[in-house]
Write a protein that binds this ligand. Structure first.
Ligand code: PEP
Ligand code: MN
Length: 371
């Protein structure tokens, strides 16, 4: 059971104290406090764990200081969508809105290689009205002898260039908790010119200690990739790990499943799960067409498979697209063969706009027909 308190409730006040006194003395019930500090207000939610079936919702709702009570009806306590749960399914970060109600595009380098390529990429994004990107500094590679990413040494120029081109959020994978500290230090060093969304890759979806440490910090939002060889439920539980530690600014990313049933694509596309994740949880849902398709093959209609699956995700209501671009894919150190080229950026964005328009029209149609 989730007890939502009145906004900005005073933790030292009598109302809060007597409420806590009451709840902590309920038999078999444990109380876990979750606080969300926003720019306008602080929201406090109390998670009652134990035999809550015996509690009456009206009784708890009548206690002073309580605004509303939500009964947990699914597995994902914090991020799940429960019955009569009107809690928000969006958050703001560095001036960018992330929700189940909008769409952000994160086009950029799979891996940072040179400052020149970073700059060319960011200039193209700025020129096409984009404020988000992806930039890999820490790359988890299958082969230990492959390029592992420049790590912290590239962060200062990546962040400075982001500031120069008005990039507000960079999705950047971390594979160890020390990377979060390195990112923080580099942001400090450069005067915090941009924001970072920490990405947990598919190889680390169930790295529980990494999830816990990234979940404990609340400064950076998190993009959690679905594990490529586990069930959807297991991946959603991984997202819940982040939230259970305090960070509920989580975007869930579908990126395809590892099985040769998807051949000749790199992974079996799973974008049919976009509406499923939106139904089960309140997280915005991202699709990664690059790592799921993995090639620049195109269909007889001239449209790249990457663009076809992007459209499939967006027309199903995806809220974010994470996609590899590169100014010179033949020189890319990681995943060049799947990168889109900079002249394709306006075409890609327009294709996405069409798909989004299609989704919005489908929503309007459903409103008309489904009562
Ligand atoms: C990536 O986005 O760079 C990446 C490695 O993705 P994934 O973890 O989905 O393989
Ligand atoms: Mn990659």
């Amino acid at each position: 059971m989730i007890v939502i308190l009145e906004p900005n409730i005073d933790k030292n006040g009598d109302t809060y104290r007597s409420l806590m006194n009451h709840l902590t003395h309920l038999p078999t019930i444990q109380v876990r406090i979750h606080e969300e500090i926003g720019t306008q207000q602080t929201l406090t939610e109390l998670y009652l764990i134990g035999n809550t079936a015996a509690l009456l919702q009206e009784d708890i709702e009548s206690i002073p200081g309580v605004q509303r009570v939500v009964r947990i009806s699914g597995a994902y306590r914090v991020l799940g969508r429960h019955q009569d749960d009107s809690r928000s399914s969006h958050f703001e970060y560095n001036g960018v809105h992330f929700g189940q109600d909008n769409l952000n595009v994160f086009a950029g380098l799979c891996a940072v290689d040179t400052a020149e390529h970073v700059e060319e990429m960011m200039r193209a994004l700025r020129d096409h009205g984009q404020v988000c990107t992806r930039m890999g500094a820490y790359k988890p590679r299958t082969n230990p002898y492959s390029f592992q990413g420049h790590g912290k040494s590239c962060l200062p120029y990546v962040f400075e260039l982001a500031g120069k081109y008005d990039i507000k959020v960079i999705a950047m994978e971390v594979t160890h908790e020390s990377h979060v500290e390195e990112i923080n230090q580099a942001l400090d060093l450069t005067g915090r010119p941009t924001g970072v969304m920490l990405q947990i890759g598919t190889r680390n979806t169930q790295n529980f200690e990494l999830l816990k440490s990234v979940g404990r910090q609340q400064e950076f939002p998190v993009l959690l990739k679905r594990g490529f060889g586990i069930t959807l439920e297991e991946s959603l539980n991984a997202a819940e790990y982040l939230a259970s530690e305090g960070n509920r600014k989580v975007v869930f990313c579908l990126r395809g499943m590892k099985t040769n049933m998807g051949d000749p694509h790199r992974n079996l596309i799973d974008f049919g799960h976009v509406p499923v994740v939106k139904r089960l949880t309140r997280m915005p849902v991202c699709v990664d067409p690059s790592h799921s398709v993995g090639t620049r093959e195109r269909a007889p209609d001239r449209i790249l498979d990457i663009m076809h699956v992007t459209a499939q995700g967006v027309v199903a209501g995806a809220n974010m697209v994470l996609v590899d671009f590169h100014p010179a894919p033949e020189k890319a150190l990681v995943d060049g063969p799947q990168a889109l080229r900079l002249p394709e950026l306006p075409y890609f964005l327009e294709d996405i706009r069409l798909a989004r328009e299609g989704y919005e029209k489908r929503v309007a149609l459903a409103q008309q027909y489904v009562k």
